[in-house]
Every structure is written in C-alpha cells, then in structure tokens.
Design a protein around this ligand. Sequence first.
Ligand SMILES: NC(=O)c1ccc[n+]([C@@H]2O[C@H](COP(=O)([O-])OP(=O)(O)OC[C@H]3O[C@@H](n4cnc5c(N)ncnc54)[C@H](OP(=O)(O)O)[C@@H]3O)[C@@H](O)[C@H]2O)c1
Length: 339
Amino acid sequence: MSKSAMLTGANGQDGSYLAEFLLEKGYRVYGLIRRSSTVTTERIAHLIGRPDFELITGDVTDATGVHRVIQRLRPDEVYNLAAQSHVGDSFDVPSATFEVNAVGVLNLLETIRTESPHTRFYQASTSELFGNSPPPQDENTPFIPRSPYAVAKLAAHNLVHIYREGYGVFACAGILFNHESERRGEEFVTRKITKYLARLAVAMENNGGNPPHDWTKLALGNLDAKRDWSFVGDMVRGMWLMLQQDQPDDFVLASGESHSVREFLELAFKSLGVDYRDFVRIDPKFFRPAEVNYLCGDATKARQVLGWSPRVSFEELITRMVESDVARERDSHGLRCAS
Ligand SMILES: NC(=O)c1ccc[n+]([C@@H]2O[C@H](COP(=O)([O-])OP(=O)(O)OC[C@H]3O[C@@H](n4cnc5c(N)ncnc54)[C@H](OP(=O)(O)O)[C@@H]3O)[C@@H](O)[C@H]2O)c1
C-alpha cells in the first residue's frame, strides 16, 4: 500500500515542491491550507484534481481542527511547513508569529502523541535560530535567536526534542538555511530582486535596449547580510530523507557557501548587462531592529548520515529565478498589450 503524508503549508513555496516530490514517490498527499478570501493555490494549481492529492481546509493554530484531521487521516508522515515565515514581518506581528510558529507545532505534536503515535513528524526549523553565532553553523552551534520569528521557531525546535525524548514520537527537525526558487514569496529579498529585474528587462526590450528615463529604483535594506542559499528542490529531498531513517534526529541542510545580498544583486544584474548600483536605493525601513549578519551552514552530518548534498549551485539558482520571472513578465506584458 502507498504511504500517506500530510503537509501543512502545502500551498507555500516548500509545500508545493514537497507535494510534487512525494507524489512522484507514490505517496498519497494531503495538503492542509488555510481558509482565505482569495485564491492562494497558485503554486499547486497543477496538482489539484489528481486522485492522490487532497486539499483540506485547516489552520495549525486551531487545536480542535488539527486533532480532527490527524485523527481521521492517521498519516504515515506529517511535514509541518506552515509558518509566518517572514523574519522582518515577525517584528510587526510577533504574537501571531508565535501562535503559528510555536503553538501550531505543539498542536500537531500533541495530536500525534495521543491519536497517531506511528506518524513520523518533520518540523521546519531554520538557520535563523543561530542568530549571530559565528559561522560555520552546524547542529551543535548555540542558538541565539534575533527575531520573534526565530524565538518562536526555537520554542518549536525544543518541543520537537521534548516529544521525541519524552514521548518517543519520531520527530525530526530540519535546520534549513535559506532556500529559494521561482515560487519564492514576492516579499523576500531574492524574489524582490528577480521580479524587479524582469520588469526592467522587458522595459528595456521595449525601449531600444535602454532603461526608461523615469524608471523607479528598487528599495532594499541591508546589502551586506550574508546568507547560505540553496534551491528548494534539493531541500525537500533532505526533508524526506530525515523521515526515512531508523532514528529521528536533527539535521542542518545547507550549501556550505555564503553570499551577501550585494553578491546576489551583482550576479542577477550581470545577466542584463547593467550595474545594480544604478538601480538600487537603500531604504532604512527595510533594516530590522536586530540583524543577523552572517549565516553559513555546515551540512556534514546530513552528507554522512542521509547521503544528502545540494545539486543546484548559487549561480544556477539565480539564473533559474531570473529566467522564470522574465518569462512571466514577457507573458503578462504581452497580455497587457493585447488587451
Ligand atoms: N524558505 C526558506 O528559506 C526557509 C528557511 C528555513 C526555514 N523555513 C521554514 O520552512 C517552512 C516553509 O517555508 P516556505 O518558504 O515555504 O514559506 P511560505 O512560502 O511562506 O509558506 C508558508 C505556508 O504556511 C501557511 N500558513 C501560515 N500560517 C498558517 C496557519 N496558521 N495554518 C496553516 N497554514 C499556515 C501559509 O499559508 P498562506 O499561503 O495562506 O499564507 C503558507 O502556505 C516555514 O515554516 C519556514 O519558516 C524556510
């Protein structure tokens, strides 16, 4: 019989890639998504209607609903990807962030413990737990969270340990460093850059190869923040591998390379043959009350135990995101011109 998996955050960036990955492996996949007044299923539209994929309306902060769904499905695996996932926004909505990112995890773990103890659980932990602990960061590096997002994720991370060690739940935490794709939310810095670049590329195509003279600059925050960026497709393979082991454990997944936002800009703008400095302005509004300066992961344990390593390079990731956004911009520009 095929395995079953429930994904929270199924319509997020990671959820959409993980759903594809698990369906490919022959799983029956249940995707939990929040009720919304607008359509939020764009990333998984191509999966809707498949007999092995079912969407369920639910919210991880709703303990009764979580209980009912898990009690009904008793899935082999639960991947908890639901989160208020934007670090900067967590300073504006700290309570809501804590509720989803920490209490939501408690609701899932407690239901698994009482109603479905055979279920294996994956928790989306994060490199933001490390804060300004010096790089390279691995599973033994101290956590010094620097945002409400990271504090909530640390509470969840500790809950995973309590349910694993105290109650024997097969619960794993993936300490994932940044990962991106053409499905990254548009408010994240990488996607902000590639979307802007795509608009600029199409504007230049329609203006004799030159930027329009009244072109608005892209407003960004700290260009010196260094992050360890990977491709989501590599990360979801690692999430799955964690739940296939004999023992539950925590694993860092990272590329082992760190690049600044400035380097991301340089490479992305190079593809258009223009200098990013002519198009970017710094807006203090995008600086965070407490910054995380330098993240660079050491994924030796994942490499040795899971046989995991990333396959897509930083350069390939940028090219992929830029090309996808340029294609989308050309399509939408064509549509705008035709109408
Ligand atoms: N991407 C990264 O670089 C990275 C790195 C480390 C850890 N993580 C963690 O990995 C997970 C997946 O990240 P992502 O990049 O895929 O984030 P994402 O695109 O923002 O997806 C998060 C998903 O969670 C859903 N969600 C939010 N609140 C919920 C609630 N109360 N109940 C049910 N669903 C809820 C969102 O639904 P809506 O669509 O309705 O908003 C969204 O689909 C997150 O937990 C994130 O914190 C991500």
